[in-house]
Write a protein that binds this ligand. Structure first.
Ligand SMILES: Nc1ncnc2c1ncn2[C@@H]1O[C@H](COP(=O)(O)OP(=O)(O)OP(=O)(O)O)[C@@H](O)[C@H]1O
Ligand SMILES: [Mg+2]
Length: 391
C-alpha cells in the first residue's frame, strides 16, 4: 500500500526535486512551503510520513515536530538539516524524529529513510484496521515504539487463535489495558470476560469462588453456586497476578487448562468448559519456578504466547503520545482546555526513571492539569523532583 509523504521545505526547487524522487518510488507527495501550511495538513491527518526542513520562513521545523509527537498515531518524521547542524539533528532525534538527513540531500538515502518509515506506517495500518473493528480499548493502548507495535500485532494474532496468553511487565506498564484490548480484538469480544484478581481472593475462598460449589459442600453452602470458571464459559478468564496463587490452586488451574474440565467443590460430576485464559504477572515467574514457587508445567500452559510489556523508561519515545492522549482524555472528563505541553516539560518527563511506569505518568499529568490554569502544561506544573532535571 502506498503512503503519503508531506514535504515541508521553503525552497520550491528542492521540494519539487524531492517530490519527483518520491513519486518515482511510488509514494504520494503533498507539499508545504511553510509551517502554517504544514500544520494544516497535520491537523487534517493528511500525512503518513513527514519530511521536514528545519529552517522555515515562519519558524523552526522543530516546533512542528513537537506538535506531531503529541498525536496518536503520529506520522514518522524525517528531519532535513543544513550541513553540519549536528546539534539540531540530535535534538530532533531526542524529540522523537525517526531519522535525519543532511543537505545536500542524497536522494538514495532519502528513499531508504522513507522506506523505513513506511514499514512503521504499514504496521500501524494493520493495527488501525483492527481498531476500526473494535470499540475503543485497543485505541487505548498508546504506543508507537516498534516494540509496542510488535506486541499489539502478536496479541491480535494470538487473540484470533484464542490461545492462552501470559502478559508480563512491571507494575503500571499496561497489563490490564492490554488484556482488555486482547479481548476486544478476538472473537470472544462479546462473550463473558471474567477478571480474577488472584491476590485479593483469600485462600479459603479461592476454590469455591473459582469452581463453585454444590449445596451442602461446606457449612454455609446452602445452595449450589456456579464458580467464576463456569461463568466464564465461552469467554475469557483473566487471571491477574497469577504468581500469587498457591501450589494446590496451580495444580487445579493446570487441570482446567489441560483437560478443560473441573469439578464444583463437593461435586462429583466433571463439568467441561470452553474458556480462553489470559494471565498477568508483574513478578518474574521463571525465577519463581527455580525457587519452586511456581509450577513449570502451568507456566508453559499459560504462555502459548508470552507478551512482555517494557518499562516506560525503555520506551521514552512514547511519552509525548501518552501525554497527548492523557491530556485529551482528561480534557473530556473535566471540561479543561489544556491544549499542549511545553518542550522543556516533555524533556523533564523523559529524564525521569518512572518506577510506576504509565500509571505514574498518568497521575503526574492529572496533577499538572489541576495546577495549570494556562493552555500549556509547563515545567512549573510538574512535581518538584522534575524541576531540577534541566541542565
Ligand atoms: N499503552 C497504554 N496506553 C495508554 N494508557 C495506558 C497504557 N498502558 C497503561 N496505561 C495507563 O496506565 C494505567 C495502568 O495500567 P494497568 O493497570 O494496565 O497496569 P498493570 O501493568 O496492570 O499494573 P499492575 O501490575 O500494577 O496491575 C492505566 O489505567 C492506563 O491509564
Ligand atoms: Mg494490573
Amino acid at each position: 500500500m502506498s503512503a503519503t509523504v508531506l514535504v515541508v521545505d521553503d525552497e520550491d526547487l528542492a521540494r519539487e526535486n524531492v517530490r519527483e524522487t518520491l513519486t518515482d518510488a511510488g509514494y504520494e507527495a503533498i507539499e508545504a512551503g511553510d509551517l502554517s501550511q504544514a500544520h494544516k495538513y497535520i491537523d487534517e491527518g493528511a500525512a503518513d510520513i513527514v519530511l521536514l526542513d528545519v529552517m522555515l520562513p515562519d519558524g523552526s521545523g522543530l516546533t512542528l515536530l513537537d506538535r506531531i509527537e503529541l498525536e496518536n498515531p503520529s506520522p514518522p518524521v524525517i528531519l532535513i538539516t543544513a550541513f553540519g547542524e549536528v546539534d539540531t539533528a540530535v535534538e530532533a532525534m531526542k524529540k522523537g524524529a525517526q531519522d535525519f538527513l543532511q543537505k545536500p540531500l542524497d536522494l538514495e538515502r532519502l528513499i531508504q529513510a522513507v522506506e523505513k518509515a513506511h514499514e512503521v506506517v504499514a504496521l500501524r495500518r494493520e493495527l488501525d484496521m483492527l481498531r476500526k473493528s473494535t470499540t475503543g480499548q485497543v485505541e487505548m493502548v498508546v504506543g508507537k515504539t516498534p516494540v509496542m507495535l510488535q506486541i499489539l500485532v502478536e496479541a491480535e494474532r494470538a487473540s484470533s487463535a484464542q490461545a492462552s496468553i501470559l502478559i508480563t511487565g512491571e507494575t503500571g506498564t499496561g497489563k490490564n489495558v492490554l488484556a482488555q484490548a486482547i479481548r476486544e480484538m478476538g472473537p470472544r469480544a462479546d462473550k463473558p470476560f471474567i477478571p480474577i484478581n488472584c491476590p485479593a481472593l483469600p485462600d479459603t475462598m479461592i476454590e469455591s469462588e473459582l469452581f463453585g460449589h454444590e449445596a451442602g459442600a461446606f457449612t454455609g453452602a446452602q445452595k449450589r453456586k456456579p464458580g467464576l470458571i463456569e461463568i466464564a464459559d465461552s469467554g475469557i478468564l483473566f487471571l491477574d497476578e497469577i504468581s500469587s496463587t498457591k501450589p494446590e490452586m496451580q495444580a487445579k488451574l493446570l487441570q482446567v487448562l489441560e483437560e478443560k474440565t473441573f469439578r464444583r467443590v463437593g461435586g462429583v460430576k466433571e463439568i467441561s468448559v470452553d474458556i480462553q485464559i489470559l494471565a498477568a504477572s508483574n513478578r518474574d515467574l521463571k525465577a519463581m519456578i527455580s525457587e519452586g514457587k511456581f509450577r513449570e508445567d502451568l507456566y508453559y500452559r499459560l504462555k502459548v504466547l508470552d507478551l512482555h510489556l517494557p518499562p516506560l523508561r525503555d520506551r521514552i519515545e512514547d511519552i509525548p503520545a501518552l501525554v497527548g492522549a492523557f491530556i485529551r482524555q482528561l480534557n473530556m472528563r473535566t471540561g479543561n482546555v489544556v491544549s499542549g505541553i511545553s518542550p522543556r516539560a516533555i524533556e523533564a518527563l523523559k529524564a525521569h526513571d518512572w518506577p510506576g511506569n504509565i500509571r505514574e505518568l498518568n497521575h503526574i499529568i492529572e496533577r499538572a492539569m489541576l495546577f495549570c490554569d494556562d493552555e500549556t502544561i509547563d515545567l512549573g506544573h510538574l512535581p518538584p523532583e522534575f524541576q531540577n532535571t534541566q541542565e
